[in-house]
Design a protein around this ligand. Sequence first.
Ligand code: GAR
Length: 216
Amino acid sequence: MLTIGVLASGTGTNLQAIIDACGSGDINARVGVVVSDNEDAYALERARQHDIDARFCSACDKRQHEEMIQQTFEEHDVGLAVGAGYMRILSPRFVRQWYGRLINIHPALLPSFKGTDGQGDALRYGVKLSGCTTHFMDERADHGPIILQAAVRVHDDDSRDDLARRILRVEHQLLPRSIDLFEQNRLNIEGRRVHIKPGDSWMDRALPDVLYADGF
Ligand code: GAR
């Protein structure tokens, strides 16, 4: 069975969505370990609550930090590494080692609004649609080949938190589904494009007012 290693810096609701999808059988995988660069991340607490190895790896020295991640992932025989609200940029060295087995979720429609506040940046820019993107990580931040995207409306009276909440609900679908597609061996990277082999669909759980990319 596929073992997932999750990198998370914050509250870990995406981690929770992965844990739940594994628990319900939506994904044929298990979360083996959660690593955080933030000792107080609630993501670590969530891991502990589910008897998942929860590791804080200090991020003072990037090289050491990534060596710790590498070691931890090897210890757990991790087959897929997932960035679920992980707020650090991984070094090219680390990303190269994991290329094709390292996916990330970003709360905007890439390539727009990269960085640490995709939701706020989208709102300030005045876009009428935003959303979320899952992608394979490559050596540039928020840049690698896109797996899935979903778009939501930006309402006139949205606060940053309103929009973030609307996007997060969809993140909780898109990230588990992306892991599921990886586990089913249906993702084929060709340059920048990720072709998704035909198979089952999660469109029966589509939320109203959300546009999902093919493959969802
Ligand atoms: C999510 O919205 C995720 O997309 C975002 O952080 C949040 C983490 O929430 N990630 C980034 O902005 C990465 N650049 P969570 O801790 O509740 O899963």
